[in-house]
Structures are given as structure tokens and as C-alpha cells.
Design a protein around this ligand. Structure first.
Ligand code: NAP
Length: 268
């Protein structure tokens, strides 16, 4: 039996992740790009934008007009946190399933989106990291935290990233917190002679954010024990690394009637 075609709108088509997503949709036989939402280029088509495939999907600057004219099943959003927030709310109101990679939402905001999705029985996925290897890194870090409560996270990203710490680091910290017994890490009389030297404090352990040109998305989770050190590390070498996860999320969101947070919720 032929797979059902999934009609998709992409927000942020000129962005690094949005453009990679459009190439992935073009390669996937049962996906159809029916429109895009940009901050400019109203009236043009995707094929008119440099570096994008030969697809005749129209570009809108207004998401509501885009939804009304293109009737998509799914919105994929890779924009900025403020735009992403608006887009999720509009998508849920139009019963379009949001698949969101945009990072920078608070826990409370995600909870509010979930309440709205539940009320209208629309599926949605927000994932701070769509790389399958990164999800395994988070899952294994949660397992390790049971045995090694002394832990620090070092996340490294390109210098154009706006939010710190990364959504992945926050999600990793939340997962670690579930299984880590609360211990006081470091010396009780530790003093920061330069403020911020020890990074951000999450429930007694630290997250350090590095921003440099040349980096893409990398994270190490370091666990220290008596006479041993365990490091769990993931590196995204390019943005293709996120596309298997985005494809999986688009397929799985069609079966959901609630909004979930994290690719792990649909992988395991
Ligand atoms: P980027 O290259 O800066 O692209 C963002 C794009 O969104 C830009 O083209 C921007 O247009 C557009 N945009 C902003 N506001 C918009 C709006 N209201 N409507 C439509 N388009 C809008 O950034 P990126 O590297 O692709 O990353 C995008 C987001 O994804 C970030 O939050 C990043 O942290 C996140 N990310 C997530 C993952 C994951 O696996 N979940 C992986 C990588 C990145 P202008 O240039 O005109 O503002």
C-alpha cells in the first residue's frame, strides 16, 4: 500500500536548518512541500531562492495566509524563539501539527503549548536536538548519572547561536536530574575569582557553553568517580545529522494527539 503523502510547510526556508530541511523533503517520496513562511520574499516560490531545490511551493510572510491557502498537515519550524512561539500557537489553532527544532523555549512555555495541543487534540513535537546520536548521548547520560552523581556538561556551538545554554544541554540536565542523587559537588569553600568561571548551576552541577566559529553542535557529559572518569560525547559534523530525526518526527507526529518534548519520546 502506498504511503500517505504528508503536506508540509517550512518556516525559516533561508536559514541553515530550514534549507537543509527543504532538501530532505525534496528527497523523501511521501513528503510534499506545499508552502514556506519567511520574513521576506512574499509571492516568490521556493525554486526562486538561491541554493534551494526546484519546487514550486509559494512563500508567504503571513503564517495564517499560508495555512489557509495551502492546508498543510505539518509545520516544520527552524526560526527564532519569539517567532517559533507565535508559529506553534497559530499551528495549533489551525490544527496543523508543529514539528519544532527552534530552541530557547522555557519549561513553562512548553507546558502551555502542551495544554493547547491537548485541548485541540493536535499532535506536536518540540525537539531541542534532532540528531539520533545526540538523543542516545542524553539517554546514556541519564543512565550514567545513577552511578556517577558528580557530573558536568560542556556544550559547544557555532558563534551565531543566540541562546545559552543550548536546548540540548538543558534537556540533558533535566534527564540527569531524574536519576542523579543530589550531592554537593566540588569544594565546599570554592570561590569564583572571576564570576561565571564555574558555569551555570543546575541543581548543584554545572553547564559550560562554548561559542566559536568553526563549531557546529557538540556536547560532552563528564562523570567523575573515584579513580575513573567517564565521558559521553556527541558531535554533529554538519546539518544533515539532524535530518533523519526531523523525518522521523514528521512521520510520528501524524499519529499523535498531544505535544511531546524531545526526540526520545518517539524513539524509545
Ligand atoms: P538561521 O540560519 O539563523 O535561520 C533562521 C531563519 O529563520 C532565518 O532565515 C530567519 O530569517 C528566519 N526567521 C526568523 N523569524 C522568522 C519568522 N517570523 N518567520 C519566518 N522565518 C523567520 O538559524 P539555524 O541555524 O537554521 O537555526 C534555527 C533554529 O534551530 C535555532 O533556534 C537553533 O538553535 C535551532 N537548531 C535546532 C536543532 C535541532 O536539532 N533541534 C539543530 C540546529 C539548530 P531572517 O534572517 O530574515 O531573520
Amino acid at each position: 500500500m502506498a504511503e500517505q503523502t504528508i503536506r508540509i510547510v517550512v518556516a525559516g526556508p533561508r536559514g541553515k536548518m530550514g534549507s537543509e530541511t527543504i532538501h530532505m523533503i525534496h528527497r523523501t517520496p511521501h513528503f510534499e512541500l506545499v508552502g514556506a513562511v519567511d520574513t521576506k520574499n512574499e509571492g516568490l516560490e521556493i525554486r526562486d531562492l538561491e541554493g534551494l531545490p526546484d519546487i514550486s511551493a509559494p512563500i508567504y510572510t503571513d503564517l495564517e495566509a499560508c495555512f489557509s491557502n495551502t492546508t498543510p498537515d505539518v509545520l516544520i519550524d527552524f526560526t527564532h524563539p519569539e517567532a517559533g512561539k507565535q508559529h506553534i500557537q497559530t499551528a495549533l489553532a489551525y490544527k496543523v501539527r508543529p514539528v519544532v527544532g527552534t530552541s530557547g523555549f522555557t519549561e513553562e512555555e512548553v507546558q502551555q503549548f502542551k495544554v493547547k495541543a491537548d485541548a485541540s487534540q493536535v499532535g506536536g513535537i518540540i525537539a531541542p536536538n534532532f540528531a539520533v546520536g545526540a538523543v542516545l548521548m542524553m539517554k546514556w547520560s541519564q543512565m550514567a548519572a545513577r552511578f556517577f552523581p558528580n557530573v558536568e556538561i560542556i556544550e559547544q556551538h557555532h558563534d551565531q547561536k543566540r541562546d545559552a545554554p543550548s536546548g540540548t544541554a538543558i534537556k540533558t540536565a533535566e534527564m540527569i536530574q531524574k536519576d542523579r542523587s543530589t550531592v554537593r559537588q566540588g569544594h565546599p569553600d570554592e570561590v569564583e575569582t572571576i564570576p561565571g568561571a564555574r558555569g551555570a548551576n543546575v541543581d548543584g552541577f554545572r553547564i559550560h557553553s562554548v561559542r566559536l566559529p568553526g563549531l557546529i553542535a557538540h556536547q560532552q557529559v563528564l562523570f567523575g568517580g573515584e579513580g575513573e572518569l567517564l565521558t559521553i560525547r556527541h558531535d554533529s559534523m554538519n546539518r544533515l545529522s539532524f535530518m533523519n530525526g526531523v523525518q522521523l518526527a514528521v512521520e510520528e507526529v501524524m499519529k499523535l494527539e498531544t505535544l511531546v518534548y524531545g526526540l526520545d519520546t518517539i524513539m524509545f
